[in-house]
Design a protein. Sequence first.
Length: 221
Amino acid sequence: MSVTPESAKELLSSEDFGKRISGVNQLRELDPAVAFEMIQPALSDRNTRVRYAAISQLDTLGQQDLQATLTMLRDRLLNDPEPDVQAAAADALAALKLTEAFEDLKKVYHQTSEWLVQFSIIAALGELGDPCAFELLQEALASENNLVQTAAIGSLGELGDTRAVPLLVPYATNPDWQIRYRVVQALKRLGGTEAHSTLESLSHDEVEQVAQEAQSSLKSA
């Protein structure tokens, strides 16, 4: 049975949240302009999973109207009671390169106690590509949460600011091999003499995945 705006609308208006989620998912098969209009009420649905499903589609549907999407994603980032939805909003803002939201992302990072939200914001900043993110990423490097720390390393690499190199070098000896692995990937992006020297050291890392990644980075440098 083919999906139509009418069939999706019927599901979206159901009292059953499972059907509403199905309706949100059906929007993927409709014309993006139509889907963009239809998905908006679901962004404030009373059910967390419905809101999450709707937010997760805005990274593509949002192209229909970036300013309207910015307003909607800001609202969910700042006001949604569920960390999963806030995290999804941060992801979508980054995917759409909505750099106007940087100050909002920074504000929520400092206000929230939810590690998932902090992680998503820091991971998003690399993709967002706003140079203003450098100081916040530097701050996140000192996080007590390893996942937030790892995300900061990755985002500093994506940001491409070579000031990050001396900040990242000390993490090349971190006891967590996954952090060392991320350091390799970041230094490969950033380049320079100090990065090259650190990659040479990491090419002899005791963990095979780290050593191989460093060796591969040196070959392609």
